[in-house]
Design a protein around this ligand. Structure first.
Ligand code: NAG
Ligand code: NAG
Length: 199
């Protein structure tokens, strides 16, 4: 190891320990929801995640991403259904189609993220900080990309005037859920102790 690598590594360990001590008290609890745009939905999402007890407690990020992936796939099925069989107005259909593209992007990004989490865990085992940082940044990039896509569904596809009603309400509620799950995953990667402590 070069001096620089050792320096980075020590810095990383210090940061890790400091973060664990600072954040462990607030492990994946309701209080991280207060900054979200929809605190109630955020808390409900966390409650649902907590119920999935069969999952390794050390794998919170994987759990959150799987949760998001599952939700995205259901939303995709529902939207496809609505587009085919729903009695939709033309503008509703257009919004749904636009939003379906965003959901596709999200599914793709979440799958890429899961692969990156595998890489992240290998890097962690090998104590390779450079690799760890690389994959952790990739994860943030994919998740942010998913959030941006979902944001466009909210702010562009469903924002046109005259588009009120059940379809919009249903779609936006679930999109908000997905955005929160994605944001939670970003927080988990930014504050590792949130993902590595017991709940
Ligand atoms: C979770 O992480 C802790 C601390 O790193 C470790 O002691 C424990 O064995 C891990 N549990 C599982 C199920 O991997
Ligand atoms: C959405 O899809 C799921 C899974 O296919 C289904 O169980 C649910 O009833 C659907 N919901 C709506 C509102 O279409």
């Amino acid at each position: 190891m070069s001096k620089f690598m050792i320096f980075l590594f020590v810095k990383f360990i210090i940061l890790w320990v400091v973060t664990i001590n600072l954040v462990s008290a607030s492990t994946l609890r309701g209080d991280i929801c207060k900054d979200s745009s929809n605190p109630d939905a955020c808390r409900k999402t966390i409650e649902r995640l907590k119920k999935e007890k069969e999952v390794d407690p050390n794998n919170t990020i994987r759990k959150i991403i799987n949760f998001g992936l599952q939700r995205s796939l259901i939303l995709k099925t529902n939207m496809t259904d609505w587009a085919r069989h729903g009695n939709l107005w033309a503008n509703e259909l257009a919004a749904i189609k636009g939003c379906l593209d965003a959901v596709d992007v999200t599914v793709d990004d979440l799958r890429k993220t899961l692969k990156e989490v595998d890489e992240l865990e290998s890097a962690q085992k090998a104590q390779d900080m450079q690799e760890f940082t690389f994959h952790s940044n990739n994860i943030k990039t994919w998740l942010q990309n998913a959030i941006n896509a979902l944001q466009s569904c909210q702010d562009d596809d469903f924002a046109m005037p005259g588009l009120e009603g059940v379809v919009k309400q249903e779609a936006l509620k679930r999109v908000a859920d997905l955005m929160i799950a994605t944001q939670l995953a970003i927080w988990t990667i930014e504050f590792p102790s949130r993902g590595s402590n017991k709940r």
